[in-house]
Design a binder for this molecule. Structure first.
Ligand SMILES: [Zn+2]
Length: 112
């Protein structure tokens, strides 16, 4: 899979609680300790219109956003270095609302 970057598993980082629950996946660098982690950021948090298409976003257009850093032990500022459109597209295919992999019922149950 192409989700790996520098030996990191970006998908696993995104799935972890540390990434947050809401927003688009971005690779971001903590201004406190300088480590890079996948975080979820709201479009508004990163200076974008809430209706903007995240797929076409450039990380250079995004502003810093506040997020908790577990190494710093507090909420810090993070600078987006990349919008993870690959992970984003995969998520959109699955449906953003269903974060689990449980198969959904498809329509009404047919009674024979
Ligand atoms: Zn930090």
């Amino acid at each position: 899979m192409s989700a790996d970057r520098d030996g990191r598993d970006l998908e696993a980082e995104l799935a972890s609680a540390a990434a947050g629950q809401i927003g688009i996946p971005v690779d971001a660098i903590c201004v406190g300790c300088g480590r890079t982690r996948v975080k979820r950021a709201n479009l508004e948090e990163i200076g974008q219109h809430p209706q903007a298409d995240p797929i076409s976003l450039e990380a250079t257009d995004c502003t810093s956003f506040k997020h908790v850093c577990y190494r710093c032990g507090s909420a810090t500022w993070w600078n987006p270095v990349a919008v993870l459109t690959g992970l984003l597209e995969r998520e959109q295919e699955r449906g953003v609302a269903s974060r689990d992999d449980t198969p959904r019922d498809r329509g009404p149950v047919e009674v024979a």
